[in-house]
Design a protein around this ligand. Sequence first.
Ligand SMILES: NC(=O)c1ccc[n+]([C@@H]2O[C@H](COP(=O)([O-])OP(=O)(O)OC[C@H]3O[C@@H](n4cnc5c(N)ncnc54)[C@H](OP(=O)(O)O)[C@@H]3O)[C@@H](O)[C@H]2O)c1
Length: 238
Amino acid sequence: MPTALITGASAGLGRALAIELAGHGWRLILTARGAERLEQIAAELPHPASVTTIAGDVADPEHRARVVNSVNQLGRLDLLVNNASTLGPTPLRPLAALSPTELSNVLAVNVIAPFALTAALLPALSAASGVVLDISSDAAAEHYPDWGGYGASKAALDHLTLTFGVENLDIACYAVDPGDMRTDMQQAAFPGEDISDRRPPAAVVPALLELIQSRPPSGRYRADDVAVHSAAGAAVTA
Ligand SMILES: NC(=O)c1ccc[n+]([C@@H]2O[C@H](COP(=O)([O-])OP(=O)(O)OC[C@H]3O[C@@H](n4cnc5c(N)ncnc54)[C@H](OP(=O)(O)O)[C@@H]3O)[C@@H](O)[C@H]2O)c1
């Protein structure tokens, strides 16, 4: 049974992808900090018996060790989705108003955690000729006022992703800019604003499935640029 680990799976894009993969018969390992919301999403999935939930912070090395152990016990990993992320302190503020500790905390979640999980899980991913999907942002490539800490972390994430890709030719590594989505993170970035014009995260999932299915060369992709074929998802069916 194809197996995926998704961080930040209790809301937004991670949750939407978990729902879709579960519908295609994947076994899932799901993480997020809040146990209650995580259990709730697991219970809503079509095959709860095929879902393992591990609540914890991806920035915590002990939590990551538990996650890696769980993967190794299952003995298979086809897809690692590094999706959990933080904006840092909100409302967002100019770079100079960010303390070194605050920037360090952003890097711990958005860079160190995906790096550590990917490095630890490379053997399992290689054995399955698997895929690493790192969720990036347009802020990795553009320079917006107040987005400097988050943007720097996503630029670093892109670099790590693409380097893992060229160093490990038996797996595929994608840094994907999903575009704006109507989620808690988007609302936190734009407090008080009406974000109802942003697309729901489920609208981005077909592009992610297309990458997993069609397996283009490792690299950075914008979800909007991924041509989704109607069969997207078929090849990721168990
Ligand atoms: N939304 C957008 O418009 C947008 C645009 C570009 C890129 N992105 C990227 O897309 C990805 C998904 O974002 P989203 O908008 O779907 O976020 P979201 O709705 O806020 O969901 C974030 C998920 O990550 C979990 N999480 C947050 N911090 C965590 C941590 N330290 N350890 C473990 N889990 C953690 C949250 O649960 P807990 O709080 O319970 O931990 C939740 O399950 C992120 O990488 C984000 O940077 C989003």
